[in-house]
Design a protein around this ligand. Structure first.
Ligand SMILES: Nc1ncnc2c1ncn2[C@@H]1O[C@H](COP(=O)(O)OP(=O)(O)OP(=O)(O)O)[C@@H](O)[C@H]1O
Ligand SMILES: [Mg+2]
Length: 341
């Protein structure tokens, strides 16, 4: 019974960091944000606390997202953030160094992978394993990844979308896009600027997406947005409809759809028939866009389902993979090459 709680799975996401601890489940879920003082680069707050500071603090305090498009954009900030979150979870037991399993996107480069490992080692991990995000998502969604049948997963995060077919614990076919839910927010900001000559913030755009965004508009809804008029510079209200939001996000939705089609086309026939029978599972916060599963299902003629609790799938899968490390050893990314101290 020693050392049970020191196995930690981390979903180091662009939008959110989740920590899973053996025996306790999800113990932390916070936005991937760090607030720093621009004058001396000091870290002032991390996670939820840092997000609350945005827009409510003097100009020299800025909020940074250390990860962009699913990879580490600012190494030092990522390290500071990881350290903060891990120390929150692994309280005052310095002798028990944790074993970490961190998930990484499929398309990550060698340099980016090393940066993640380095950050994990810096926080005092005894061992660090890396796992591909799509695999962790599939494990978390309860798919039979080690069996000789095809499981297809679509994970849409904030900065990346991973689409993969897994069989016998390996990724057989995959596509990784550096595009996720955050791009939809940017699409909405651009649309509003072009159509209404009005500036809205990312936060407002995200709210519009949550409230009336849909991949397949079945019922027209409207949202009263507030922003600043580009001409007069003054605050202004404007109504926007679900169809307009759909128009704004068209291109991004199409890119995801195309990637899903490409994976299906490259999937070996035996595995395709498993996928037809069992369906595709969607995970990640981006998959919560209304009717996204329905649209993909209609367009590909393959059944698509939303996972239970899609935003925690990757973290739960990461933790589960660490618990079953012996059985999964051959398929965990890092283990194929080497284990980092
Ligand atoms: N109800 C919802 N409708 C639409 N989008 C949503 C909803 N809830 C969350 N999202 C979007 O999900 C995204 C965050 O998802 P998630 O936490 O899975 O990302 P992440 O794992 O941090 O990112 P990545 O995997 O790309 O590194 C954000 O873009 C957010 O706006
Ligand atoms: Mg993710």
């Amino acid at each position: 019974m020693f050392n049970l709680s020191q196995k930690i799975g981390i979903d180091l996401g662009t939008a959110n960091v989740l920590v899973y601890q053996k025996g306790n489940g999800i113990v932390l879920q916070e936005p991937s944000v760090v607030a720093i003082d621009k004058n001396d680069n000091r870290t002032l707050a991390v996670g939820e606390e840092a997000r609350r500071m945005i827009g409510r603090t003097p100009g020299h305090i800025v909020a940074i997202r250390p990860l962009k498009d699913g990879v580490i954009a600012d190494f030092e900030m990522t390290e500071a953030m990881l350290k903060h979150f891990i120390s929150k979870v692994v309280k005052s037991r310095p002798l028990f160094k944790p074993e970490l399993m961190v998930c990484i996107p499929v398309g990550i480069t060698e340099v980016e992978r090393r940066a993640v490992e380095e950050a994990a080692n810096q926080v005092g991990a005894r061992k660090t394993y890396l796992i591909e995000e799509a695999l962790a998502a599939a494990i978390g969604a309860g798919m039979p990844v080690s069996e000789p049948s095809g499981s297809m997963i679509i994970d849409i995060g904030g900065g990346t979308s991973e689409i993969a077919v897994i069989s016998l614990g390996g990724i057989v076919v995959s596509e990784s896009l550096r595009l996720g839910g955050d791009q939809l927010d940017a699409d909405i900001v651009r649309f509003v600027r072009e159509k209404y000559n009005m500036v809205i913030g990312d936060k407002t755009a995200e709210e519009i997406k949550f409230e009336i965004g849909s991949a397949l508009v079945e019922e027209e809804e409207t949202f009263e947005m507030r922003g600043r008029d580009l001409m007069s510079g003054l605050p202004r209200h404007q109504e926007i409809s679900s169809s307009e939001v759909r128009e704004a996000i068209q291109e991004s939705i199409d890119s995801i759809l195309e990637a899903v089609r490409a994976v299906l086309e490259r999937t070996p026939p035996e595995l395709s028939s498993d996928i037809m029978d069992c369906g595709v599972i969607m995970t990640g916060g981006g998959s919560l866009l209304k009717n996204f599963d329905k649209l993909l299902s209609n367009e590909t003629e393959v059944p698509v389902f939303l996972a239970d609790d899609p935003m925690t799938c990757v973290a739960r899968g990461t933790g589960q993979a660490l618990e079953e490390i012996e059985e999964l050893k051959d398929i965990i990314f890092n283990n194929r090459q080497k284990v980092y101290k």
